[in-house]
Design a protein around this ligand. Sequence first.
Ligand code: FAD
Ligand code: DHB
Length: 401
Amino acid sequence: MSSGTQVGIVGAGPAGLMLGHLLHLAGIDSVIVENRSREYVIDRVRAGVLEQGTVDLLCAMGVAGGLNRRGLRHEGVYINFDGCRHRVDMAELTSGKAITVYGQNEVVKDLIDARVETGRPLYFDAQEVSVDALDATRPVIRFSHAGTSHELSCDFVAGCDGFHGVCRPSIPAGVLQIYERLYPFGWLGILAEAAPSCDELVYTYHDRGFALFSMRSTDVTRLYLQVPPDEPIANWSDDAIWDEMLRRMTTSDGWSPNVGRILQKSVTAMRSFVAAPMRHARLFLAGDAAHIVPPTGAKGLNLAAADVVVLASALKEFYETGSDAMLDGYSSICLRRVWKAQRFSWWMTTLLHRLPDETPFDHQRHLADLDYLASSRAAMTSLAEQYVGLPWEISLESLHL
Ligand code: FAD
Ligand code: DHB
């Protein structure tokens, strides 16, 4: 079956769904093609921290009903080392900015509901998805769905299909420059049926490795542990996970996470990755399709949001004025933010994890870094302004949402 649209979007993760809704609000047609089921996309447990700008965006897009009801606004964050929690007062250091804890799966569910309400096409369970004729005036997305083969011709293709998607590998060899760094550790993450024992996040540096206390709601705690990168989850019984969590996180004043039934557990490897430029001909990459950050700075989902704001703005300008000046600037505008987020995520990661090959010198320098952070207003301000999110490259007002 042949059909056409203005913007063909591959992937219904946060990037694809947000882009689809921004385009809808600008009166631009799109078709979203996702290779997983709706349930799989919603149930996938991932990020939880929304920057102030991402919250403002979702509110301006009119998809923040759940976020406003159930999102948890945090004005501070703790750095825990040497048995003590040190609070960074983000709101005070950034003139009132904060982060909001609201699960990525909730964000995705809200955006899918909004998409369905618009009546615009969103295909789940698409098979054999491919993109072609990227250099032509009408590139195509091919896929099969419910036994029918589709050929969708588009003005532009948005590759929002994550790190393992098909769009980035469809760009001819030699076009992209790849920057990559792998880390010699991963995160074992759990969701636990336990009321959060602290109302803000606690990032822990411990001799035995990094640990993170977070949450999803007033009844569910989300916790992470540094483990070897290829650690089989089967090596970790629930009791072993709790022993290690408590060992790393418990402070000398007796604070520790509440223990409860483990609802979900998995291990994620960590990498830094950038593919540049984020565009080839009529294909635009956004979100994890173009870049990956280690999760320590909680930037992955927020970067995806920042990319699609720039892309939606550029497409709106193109359709309203015929100018492709902003489309031409898309990659360089996004990459400025991407590299700052890469730098921050790398810094948070190296600050808080133990490296397998570190020397006694490295270890002492590391402790001094933490001590400096906890005792310097300038250092805390730098962390706070990056953690709540640097200003957007494009003002939300320019989108006229
Ligand atoms: P994705 O969310 O990956 O969405 C891409 C979509 O494209 C998916 O729905 C996928 O099914 C679909 N797709 C893939 N291939 C195809 C294809 N061939 N055809 C059609 N559709 C396709 N960030 C944090 O800040 N904190 C965290 O704790 C955290 N944990 C993470 C855990 C894991 C396992 C992963 C993978 C990422 C994690 N991240 C975390 C990063 C964050 O979740 C991502 O940055 C965010 O999901 C990026 O959104 P996206 O829409 O660009 O990509
Ligand atoms: C969460 C994930 C992160 O990567 C992070 O830095 C903070 C919180 C979370 O899942 O809640």
